[in-house]
Design a binder for this molecule. Structure first.
Ligand code: S3P
Length: 176
């Protein structure tokens, strides 16, 4: 089995789906945001405030570089902006099969609405929906260029349902 890399916008379930997938496949789960927070000893909003977005992006690249070509299969959940740097996109391709999780802008807002303060790029606007729509429009071509597979999970109420769809898409066995 090759590793699975989940990409997509904030709130599309990359972390939750990745956790379930890794458990089903009995492989390690790595989440770049969690890894960055561990190494930095700060939360993501703290990193954005203290160091700025550019420094956060460098931390993303460093986290991926430390993983590239792992000797064992794993499931990797990325941050919504991770694939944007060309260098990161190349590293993600090296790590495994890339699956783009898609959710509509409205559903993204419904999912992240209660945790906006944890998402520095979505705070400070009267209309987070417009922010989401604009960022999604800007980023979608990058996600599309990198993805080996694309999966719309807007109608998945549970992460386990989306994880089962990823397994089916990749012709991997469903959990019993
Ligand atoms: C970001 C997404 C976040 C986190 C950071 C920046 C982005 O991760 O990496 O706030 O640029 O889209 P999630 O997609 O897991 O929320």
């Amino acid at each position: 089995m090759t590793s699975i890399v989940l990409i997509g916008f904030m709130g599309t379930g990359k972390s939750a789906v990745g956790r379930v997938l890794a458990r089903s496949l009995n492989v390690p789960h790595i989440d770049t945001d969690t890894e960055i927070e561990r190494v930095a000893g700060r939360t993501i909003p703290e990193i954005f405030t203290a160091e700025g977005e550019a420094a956060f992006r460098l931390r993303e690249t460093a986290a991926l570089a430390s993983l590239a070509a792992p000797s064992f299969p794993l499931v990797l959940s990325t941050g919504g902006g991770t694939p944007l740097r060309a260098e990161n996109a190349a590293l993600l391709k090296q790590i495994g099969t890339v699956v783009w999780l898609q959710v509509t802008s409205e559903a993204i807002l419904a999912r992240v609405g209660s945790s906006l303060s944890e998402r520095p790029l979505l705070t400070g606007s009267d209309s987070p929906l417009h922010l989401i729509e604009n960022l999604l429009r800007e980023r979608s071509p990058r996600y599309a260029a990198l993805a080996d597979y694309t999966l719309d999970t807007t109608d998945c109420a549970e992460a386990a349902e989306a994880a089962d769809r990823v397994l089916s898409l990749l012709s991997l066995p469903l959990p019993v």
